[in-house]
Each structure stands twice: as structure tokens, then as C-alpha cells.
Design a binder for this molecule. Sequence first.
Ligand code: SF4
Length: 206
Amino acid sequence: MKSFDDAVDLRSIQQYLYCPHRFGLMENDCSWAENAFVSRGNLAHERVTEGKITSARGTVQERSVRVFHDEWGLFGVLDCLELKKDKNGVAIFAHDGKYAVSIVEYKVSAPKNGKIRIEDRMQLLGQKICVDSLFSCHAETYFYYHDTRRREKIEFSEDDYAFLKKTLEEIREVKRNGLIPPIRKDQYCSGCSMKDICLPGKRSRT
Ligand code: SF4
């Protein structure tokens, strides 16, 4: 079990992999700024209301579900946990019968070039690690895109698990030592809400 200080919020995975420098500013310099992209993302997630929705066909959607994994030192909130009746599934506390479990993470828009960003994939993998352990299952994982109103199924490899483990160690290093990592040479900044604080054009990159 990781110590309380070493626990990593699932959101931090996405934030760190998007830009380690930005993550350091937020975590250790208490900097923050919003822009239209951030507001749109927040609104999209607000529409995912808390509570339980049951469909006519017996599929249950639990919204804003809190999860954790002690060994991985992860915690956070899922947008949606979907439980579909399945005799080969797993028993779920407070529900009758057995269920196949799916995680659905909501995104404002589908990736323009069809390539899912690593930060989004790794956040979803962190969620899966928590859910698989808590419910003793092999949850399916999906992104749901508000603009296209479509779901995309995501699969993970052993390499993905190893990459996430390495990323979590990097995040802990930044948090423990109060670091603000340098700006990456190939950092893409379009859409970043913290440009006015960071001033990336006036800074050297590694
Ligand atoms: S402007 Fe670019 S380098 Fe600066 S925090 Fe945002 S993404 Fe990172």
C-alpha cells in the first residue's frame, strides 16, 4: 500500500502526460487558469449527473463513481460505470444477479486525426486498474464523444501497464520534491489554459 502522500489522483495522470511543466505549475506553484476548452470540458462532465440510471433492458449506469487501488496508489472518480446483466459476469454489491462491467469516460470531442492521446488512454487505464481490482473483473473500457455521440472501445497492452507504472513514479517524484519540470521540446500548447502564466514562447525547452 502506498502512503497517503504518494497517492495519485486519476486526473493527475492526464494532466502530467499532457504537459509535465503545466502539472508542476498546478501542483507545486498553485497556478491555475481556465479558458473556453476547460469550461467546455467541465460542462460536458457536469452533464454526467451523479446517481444511478437503469435502462429498460436492465443495464445500470452508475455515475460519478469513486474508486481506488492501494497497491498502485491510485484514487479518483469515474464518469460512468456500466453494469450489464450477464450470467458469466461478476456479482456487484447492492445489485441482484451478475454483471459485465464497462467503464465509460466522457470527452467533449473525438480526436480530429483519429489518434487517441496518450494522456487520455493512460487515465482510462488507471480507472480500469481500480475497477478490475475492486470488482474482481476485466472491465471493458470506452470513450464517449459528445460531438459525434459515439463510443470507442479501447484495449490495453502489457506495454501500456508498464508505461503507466513509470509515469506514476515520475508524478510522485514531482510531487515529493516540489518540482516544476522543464517544458518539453515537442510540447504542443494549443488549447492550454495556462499560456499567459507559462509564456511558452519566451522559454527555453529541453
Ligand atoms: S503553455 Fe505549453 S508549455 Fe506552458 S503549461 Fe501550457 S502546454 Fe505546458
